[in-house]
Design a protein. Structure first.
Length: 117
């Protein structure tokens, strides 16, 4: 079955950086787009970034453009989210996501990112 395992979260001061990783298994990783979403306390889960199967095309939420970079290593079945210039508003649980076919959505367990002011 599809499994997504995130890592790399933690506590960082505003202006700092973190790199999240998501290791995928149980799917043909090199043929699917991957994404990151986040959910802050009391808020809806929101889109952060996505990358196509090749890594050549990326998409970002306006709130993270210029600060976050999504990338992937198809040899390692892993997608990354490099987060720079972090702000307290980036505090959330970050989830890795993949959609297989039209309606089958898979999520990781999430990794907590806390940015202190």
């Amino acid at each position: 079955q599809v499994q997504l395992v995130e890592s790399g979260g933690g506590l960082v001061q505003a202006g700092g950086s973190l790199r999240l990783s998501c290791a995928a298994s149980g799917l043909t990783f090199s043929s699917v787009a991957m994404g990151w979403l986040r959910q802050a306390p009391g808020k809806e889960r929101e889109f952060v970034a996505a990358v196509d199967w090749s890594g050549g095309n990326t998409n970002y939420a306006d709130s993270v453009k210029g600060r976050f970079t999504i990338s992937r290593d198809n040899a390692k079945n892993t997608v990354y989210l490099q987060m720079n210039s972090l702000k307290p508003g980036d505090t959330a649980v970050y989830y890795c996501h993949v959609r297989i076919g039209l309606v089958a959505d898979y999520w990781g367990q999430g990794t907590q990112v806390t940015v202190s002011s």
